[in-house]
Design a protein around this ligand. Structure first.
Ligand code: NAP
Length: 336
């Protein structure tokens, strides 16, 4: 472990950089020092640079930023189709990498990227899946692993989202053009895939239906998938971005000795033997926790939870749901 902070460059300066990464990095204190920021436009780079209490160099030329030898690591928050190329270029430049989820736009892209990483394993590469560092899902996974609901039998998760101009993410056009599979469903779905896999293990097969209701939400905006876990548990995951409802999304997991319900992303209700406990999970920044783990890995070489392999399995589960929906077939999620 060195006393020196990780010298970090931000590659991307959009909504999630401003809303989540910058506050988390500012809260992390002296483990990480942000020294540079890249964006496609000078305006976005300047806006993010100004959010730090010290001077941060700005770039609109990624190669010029990557050529700086005094930068140890990069934090990539680009549109999904641009992530693989940016990860490759950063690894070639000898940087440690944390790149936002999803790991890649598809399993094929993800596998190619993982092969490429094979020659750069001396560098840390974290796929920033913050839900793996979310205290709520970690607590739920621990309760299930401890047998508090018995053997899991079934889970259901339904979400209804109005994705229109009132939502800031609607204005990121790249999510709606159909350039990558699933659009918003892949973008948000990998979080759900990560959470389900943490709590219930791997999914053996998937069937389902999908459709595009809104012409402006390409290539698909609505999916209803049935899941069969390797454990034998069954599940249903449904989401639409084409129609909203005022209710908090609820995830129910029922076992042969109890059940748990997650709603509002801060509370777990655990019921067993006629007693129901409400477990209030402390609000903590999962993005801060993952970036803390990234810095720790860079400084010490110790492992973190967000490996590219885990990220690829999250993409594989979502890709299986999307394929099943397109083809009306039963699909086995790709393995590593
Ligand atoms: P965004 O607001 O669209 O920002 C994307 C960044 O990439 C900006 O710096 C933007 O530059 C640049 N960019 C946009 N289009 C580009 C293009 N065609 N060529 C080159 N650069 C381009 O995106 P975001 O919503 O912050 O999402 C960024 C990443 O974070 C995605 O991978 C997303 O999945 C992830 N994310 C994660 C979470 C989470 O909960 N973990 C939540 C939201 C997003 P300019 O502004 O200069 O044009």
């Amino acid at each position: 472990m060195t006393d020196q902070p990780v010298r970090l460059a931000l590659v991307g300066a959009g909504i999630f950089t401003r809303d989540a990464h910058v506050p988390a990095l500012n809260a992390l204190g002296d483990q990480i020092e942000v020294v540079a920021v890249y964006s496609r436009t000078q305006k976005s780079a300047d806006t993010v640079a100004a959010l730090f209490g010290h001077e941060v160099a700005t770039y609109t030329d990624l190669d010029a930023l990557l050529a700086r030898e005094d930068i140890d690591a990069v934090d990539i928050t680009l549109p999904i189709p641009l992530i693989p190329d940016a990860v490759r270029r950063a690894l070639v430049a000898g940087k440690h990498v944390v790149s936002e989820k999803p790991m890649a736009p598809s399993v094929a892209d993800g596998r190619a990227l993982l092969d490429f990483y094979g020659d750069h394993r001396d560098k840390v590469w974290m796929v920033a899946e913050n839900w793996r560092y979310h205290t709520l899902f970690r607590t739920a996974a621990d309760l299930i692993a401890a047998g508090r609901i018995g053997k899991p039998v079934m889970c259901t998760w339904n979400e209804f989202v109005t994705m229109d101009t009132s939502n800031k993410y609607y204005h990121t056009e790249w999510r709606r053009t159909g350039e990558f599979q699933g659009g918003f469903i892949l973008d948000g779905g990998v979080h759900r895939a990560a959470a389900l896999r943490m709590m219930l293990g791997e999914v053996a097969s998937v069937s389902g239906f999908s459709r595009q209701v809104r012409p402006d939400l390409n290539p698909v905006d609505t999916i209803s998938a049935a899941l069969r876990f390797e454990s034998g548990a069954l599940g249903a995951y449904s989401i639409t971005f084409a129609a909203g409802a005022p209710w908090t999304p609820t995830l129910d997991v029922v076992g042969d000795g109890g059940a748990l319900r997650i709603s509002g992303y801060q509370v777990i209700e655990l019921t067993s033997g006629g007693n129901t406990d409400t477990i209030q999970v402390p609000a903590a920044s999962d993005v801060q926790a993952e970036l803390d783990a990234f810095a720790h890995s860079v400084l010490t070489g110790e492992p973190h939870l967000d490996t590219p392999e885990e990220g690829l399995l999250d993409v594989a589960l979502m890709e299986a749901m999307l394929r099943a929906g397109e083809r009306g077939e039963i699909v086995v999620p790709a393995e590593l």
